[in-house]
Design a protein around this ligand. Structure first.
Ligand code: GLA
Length: 398
C-alpha cells in the first residue's frame, strides 16, 4: 500500500470504528528501525549505528471532552476497542497491546506533563510484529508525539525517547537499552545514526550505498526465550564489568579498547562472562570503524565488518541460532551481497543485508530457497528505505 492510500484508509476506519465525523482528527507516524552494526552494545555503554525505516506505526487520534481513552489496533482487530480512564492507568493483562501506549501516558503524567482529557485513537502498523524491527518502540514513540501534539506539551524528542524507554523498562517490564527508541525518535531520511549510548552524543551519517539496497530478511522464527536470554546476557556483562572494575576505573564495557580488554580480561573469572564482555568491547570498536569506512566510501569494508559482527554474535555472545545463521550463510555466498548479519536482539527475528540492486531478485529467490531447504521455514524479504523519525502527518480529509 502506498502512503497516501494507507492514510485515507485509516481515516475511513477511524470514523467507522469510533462513529465520529472526520473533523479535528490528527495523524501521527513513527517508523520501525534496523540496526546496521553495534549489537548488544547499547546497555554496555557502547556505540550503535541504526536507522529508521519507511515502515512503521500510524495513529489517528481525536481528543475527547471527558477522561476516557479508547484505543483500537487494526493489527489486533479481534481484541476490539480497549477502553480505560485517565484516572486509572494500571498495567492490565487483558489490555494486551494497549499496555504499550498506556505505559507512555502513565510515564508522561508521572513526569508532570499535563494530560487532562481523554482521546480516541486508532493504530495501524506495517512492521511485522515480533520480527525484531521494534514494533514496540514504534508504538511507544507514535504515542509520545501524539501526546505532545494533542496537549501542546513542551518537550523535546530526546526526552520523549528517554521516557519511552522508561515506559518499556518499568511499565512493560522489558529491560531494553536506548537504541530502538532513539533511532525511531531521532531518525533522519537517508541517514543512519552513530549514537554513543553512554553519553547520548550522536552524529548522522549519510547512508550512501552506491547502487546497493537494504534488504531485511525475516526468519519467521518465533523469538521464544528472547526476553529471558536478553536479561541473562545483561547480567553476564554486568558481572564481567564488576570484576574488571576491581582494577580499572571504568563505567562501562564501552570504555575499553580491545587492547585494554586483552590486558585485563584475566580479571573476569568465568569463561562465558569473558566471551560476552569480549563481544561487547570488540563490537563497540567495530562499530566506530565501520562508520569511518562508510564515510570513506568503503562499502565493501563496511560489509566485512558486518560479517565479523555476526560471527561475534554467534560465537561469543551466542544470540543467533540455526535460523539466523542459515540466512546469513546463504547470503554471504550469494553474488552481489556486500554485507549480511543478524539485527536486533537475536534468537530469531531478522537479518539486515546490503545487496547490489541488479542482484536483488536473485538474492531473494536463492537465499529464500536455501533457507527453506535447511530449516523448513519460509523467509520474508523487504526492500526498505531509510526514513525520518516520529512526527505528525498532514491529515487529508476523506
Ligand atoms: C533489542 C533492545 C535494544 C538492543 C538490541 C540489541 O532490540 O531493545 O535496546 O539492546 O536488542 O542490540
Amino acid at each position: 500500500m502506498g502512503e497516501i492510500k494507507v492514510e485515507l484508509d485509516l481515516l475511513k476506519q477511524f470514523t467507522r470504528i469510533f462513529n465520529t465525523s472526520n473533523e479535528q482528527n490528527r495523524m501521527f507516524f513513527a517508523p520501525g528501525r534496523v540496526n546496521l552494526i553495534g549489537e548488544h552494545t547499547d546497555y554496555n555503554g557502547g556505540h550503535v549505528f541504526p536507522c529508521a525505516l519507511n515502515i512503521g506505526t500510524y495513529a489517528i487520534v481525536r481528543k475527547r471532552d471527558d477522561k476516557m481513552i479508547r484505543m483500537y489496533s487494526m493489527n489486533f482487530e479481534n481484541l476490539g476497542v480497549i477502553e480505560f480512564s485517565l484516572e486509572n492507568l494500571e498495567y492490565e493483562d487483558s489490555h494486551d497491546w494497549s499496555n504499550y501506549p498506556k505505559g507512555i501516558i502513565y510515564t508522561f503524567k508521572k513526569h508532570g506533563y499535563s494530560i487532562e482529557k481523554g482521546f480516541d485513537v486508532l493504530f495501524y502498523g506495517n512492521i511485522p510484529n515480533g520480527a525484531g524491527l521494534s514494533s514496540s518502540a514504534s508504538i511507544e514513540l507514535v504515542t509520545s508525539v501524539l501526546l505532545k501534539g494533542l496537549f501542546n506539551l513542551k518537550i523535546d524528542m530526546v526526552n520523549m525517547v528517554k521516557m519511552s524507554q522508561q515506559a518499556e523498562n518499568e511499565f512493560i517490564g522489558v529491560n531494553c537499552g536506548i537504541m530502538d527508541q532513539f533511532a525511531i525518535g531521532m531518525g533522519k531520511d537517508d541517514h543512519a545514526i552513530l549514537l554513543n549510548c553512554q553519553t547520548l552524543d550522536y552524529t548522522y551519517s549519510p547512508l550512501e550505498l552506491q547502487g546497493a539496497s537494504l534488504i531485511i530478511a525475516n526468519t519467521n522464527k518465533r523469538r521464544g526465550l528472547a526476553d529471558s536470554k536478553y536479561n541473562e546476557r545483561r547480567a553476564e556483562c554486568e558481572r564481567a564489568l564488576n570484576q574488571l572494575q576491581v582494577e580499572l576505573s571504568i563505567e562501562s564495557l564501552g570504555d575499553l579498547t580491545p587492547e585494554q580488554f586483552e590486558h585485563h580480561k584475566y580479571l573476569i573469572q568465568d569463561e562465558v562472562d569473558r566471551k560476552r564482555a569480549k563481544h561487547a568491547v570488540y563490537e563497540n570498536s567495530r562499530t566506530k570503524e565501520a562508520v569511518i569506512k562508510l564515510q570513506q566510501g568503503d562499502i565493501v569494508g563496511f560489509g566485512e565488518l558486518m560479517k565479523e559482527s555476526h560471527e561475534s554474535l554467534r560465537n561469543d555472545y551466542e544470540v543467533t541460532g540455526k535460523e539466523l545463521d542459515t540466512l546469513v550463510k546463504a547470503a554471504w555466498s550469494q553474488e552481489g551481497v556486500i554485507g549480511s548479519r543478524m539485527t536486533g536482539a537475536g534468537f530469531g527475528g531478522c537479518t539486515v543485508n546490503i545487496v547490489r540492486k541488479n542482484k536483488i531478485d536473485m538474492f531473494i529467490e536463492q537465499v529464500g530457497r536455501n533457507y527453506t531447504e535447511e530449516t523448513g521455514l519460509i523467509a520474508d524479504f523487504y526492500v526498505v528505505q531509510v526514513g525520518g523519525g516520529a512526527k505528525e502527518l498532514v491529515c487529508e480529509t476523506v
